[in-house]
Design a protein around this ligand. Structure first.
Ligand code: F6R
Length: 239
């Protein structure tokens, strides 16, 4: 694991965007693995700016997102499909047909997960995967547990994740308690991974990344076994 520390969230977002831009320039038909949540929003803003300035071209890019609530209508403004359209896809020159998010209304969630796993294989795998991390160390929705899944699967959210994510839901809105998510093996198959982490609330999770152990009770620590992971963090979490 390589660590890059920046003073501010702005600076870490710019650094992450630069890594993504390099990937896009060196392979214009890259498969980008993307994440939702508040962490990557600054990076998406920078990528939009770069695209508008003509520095990067998304016309041959394919994207696959890590996860989606289940069940949820993609048109619901709390869905991860909506989030991606709103925070990135609607503002860049990407072909919407090449943006992939697990379908939150799939009748058969297991089949949807199988389809997604196969889709990623058929695309030739993920060139670069962006990850955030939960306060409890989850990546995508691989929550701390004794056994973690290899492949894309349906899973219940833990109480801690429901608490953390409920901030996005207004009163009266029902928050889904399950999700469809890439598994640890799906993420591990990515050629390159950048893990973004900022803010005091993630300090405990960040510290677990520094020692030379890994465990399923902090799923992100397993990334220490991957050959190409860059952790991009701000001073608040690292100092
Ligand atoms: C989002 C995802 C989650 C988030 C994590 C951190 O697609 O897979 O694992 O990355 O929950 O969320 P934020 O960035 O909102 O703190």
């Amino acid at each position: 694991m390589k660590f890059l520390k920046f003073n501010t969230y702005e600076e870490m977002s710019a650094a992450a965007a630069n890594i993504m831009a390099e990937q896009i320039k060196s392979k214009p038909n890259s498969v980008l693995g993307l994440a939702t949540g508040s962490t990557p929003v600054g990076m998406y803003k920078k990528l939009i700016e770069m695209n508008k300035a003509g520095e990067i071209d998304f016309s041959d890019i394919t994207t696959v997102n890590l996860d989606e609530y289940y069940p949820i209508d993609p048109a619901n403004n709390q869905s991860y499909r909506y989030f991606m359209n709103d925070n990135l896809f609607n503002h860049i020159n990407i072909d919407m047909d090449r943006t992939n998010v697990l379908y939150g209304l799939a009748e058969d969630p297991d089949k949807e997960c199988e389809r997604y796993e196969q889709l990623i294989k058929d695309l030739g795998g993920i060139d670069i995967q962006v990850l955030g991390i939960g306060q409890n160390g989850h990546i995508a929705f691989n929550e701390p547990e004794e056994n973690l899944y290899l492949n894309t699967h349906k899973t219940a959210l833990t109480e801690s994740t429901i608490q953390a994510n409920s901030r996005f839901f207004s009163e009266g809105e029902i928050m889904p308690t399950a999700s469809l998510t890439m598994g640890m093996g799906t993420i591990f198959a990515a050629k390159k991974i950048i893990l973004l982490i900022n803010g005091k609330a993630k300090k405990a999770a960040f510290e677990q990344l520094l020692n030379d152990r890994f465990c399923t009770s902090c799923p992100a620590t397993i990334l220490k076994l991957h050959p190409d992971v860059t952790v991009i963090c701000d001073a608040e979490v690292a100092d």
